[in-house]
Write a protein of this length. Structure first.
Length: 364
């Protein structure tokens, strides 16, 4: 993510709506993209609806956050910091947390901090963040409250969605949006949910899995997959697939990969890239060209509920995903495939799912 900057934003503030009690009361705003209405969901969190996008704020933000809208943006502020900065210095934009912005083109890509949300037929939605301290530093209570809200910004931003009727149609291809676009911008920081996946094809979900690896500079075996990421401005592929260390993935990334693999299996969703096609179980089989399942041998060094890591004799570590039911069908249980066990693993090079495990024995 790029370094964050508030000063680069043009905040022509036209109205404000306050998060207080059970709802936000929106001021008189011209009919435009950022006209604001609010409601509460089943968990009592606050749903902020604009014309084409929606964001969910935690109930704990009620009475602490203010939304100011302009023709092409909605900016979110910490109320108390904004009041104190205004009173002490006349600075009305203090307490800035983040903003949701719309642009007809990609002219925002030179900003020092932005995150693309998605594309509609008319243009792009993106988020801008603050780079410097926006909390009021001379009041300890206000500063602590600001920091609490600021710590939750990434999670809140991950709830932003473009409403289905305004999403740019992508069909079933894997190309979503522009060269700087991610399928899931926050998959390294926030959990992916079922609702995030329902509108995606099998190819798109599989590419979202690959996207997590791509963030860590991994190259890909399949040329179609490699070409896709080569077309992304954020991608820098410097690590060969065989040399990639899966331990660089954080817990959130591991859980999101496991969730997407399970979602595809549970729903019988397949993917098909040049040279490989998945079955409903996630296995790859030949489609008339080269099969993309290969075998490796090594020692299990880490085992979790849905993945394990295998260290090869040359020291290279590979992380594999597995279906516990399929593992049991191969004669393994969670107890048998433990650290210290050596095994041969046949795996799908696109998804890194272990499709067969043989020659298991414990290292003495």
């Amino acid at each position: 993510m790029r370094k964050r900057s508030f000063k680069a934003l043009s905040l022509a503030l036209l109205s404000a709506c306050m998060l207080a009690g059970a709802s936000i009361t929106a001021g008189a705003v011209p009919e435009n993209l950022f006209s604001c209405s609010t409601s509460r969901d089943a968990e009592n969190d606050i749903l902020v609806d604009f014309k084409e996008v929606q964001i969910t704020l935690p109930s704990s933000w009620a009475g602490k956050c203010q939304v100011s809208t302009a023709t092409d943006s909605a900016s979110f502020f910490h109320i108390q910091s904004r009041k104190l900065w205004t009173a002490s210095l006349g600075y009305e934009n203090g307490g800035f947390l983040f903003s949701i912005n719309f642009s007809e083109n990609m002219d925002f890509t030179d900003l020092p901090s932005y995150q693309l949300i998605g594309e509609t037929a008319a243009g792009y939605y993106y988020v801008c963040f603050a780079t410097d301290m926006q909390g009021y530093t001379d009041d300890a209570d206000a500063l602590n409250e600001f920091r609490t809200l600021s710590d939750g910004v990434n999670q809140v931003v991950s709830t932003i969605r473009i409403k289905d009727e305004y999403k740019k149609s992508t069909g079933n291809d894997i190309s979503i949006g522009s060269a700087s676009d991610y399928i899931f911008p926050y998959s390294s920081e926030a959990a992916i949910s079922t609702s995030d996946l329902t509108s995606l094809s099998g190819n798109q979900i599989q590419m979202a899995i690959n996207e997590i690896y791509a963030r860590h500079h991994r190259k890909f075996v399949l040329q179609e997959v490699q070409d896709y990421f080569n077309g992304k401005s954020w991608y820098s592929g410097t690590i060969e697939a065989a040399d990639f260390d899966p331990t660089v993935l954080n817990q959130c990334e591991n859980e999101n990969i496991a969730f997407m693999v399970k979602y595809m299996k549970d729903n019988g969703i397949t993917y098909s890239f040049s040279g490989t096609q998945s079955s409903t179980s996630g296995n790859s089989s030949s489609t008339g060209t080269t099969s993309e399942t290969i075998g490796v041998y090594g020692t299990v060094i880490t085992k979790a509920s849905t993945y394990f890591r295998l260290q090869q004799p040359d020291g290279n570590v590979i992380q594999f995903w597995f279906d516990p039911a399929k593992l049991a069908a191969m004669g393994d249980t969670a107890e048998t495939l433990q650290p210290g066990v050596t095994a041969s693993v046949i795996y799908d090079t696109a998804s890194y799912e272990a499709v067969d495990v043989t020659d298991r024995k414990s290292v003495v």
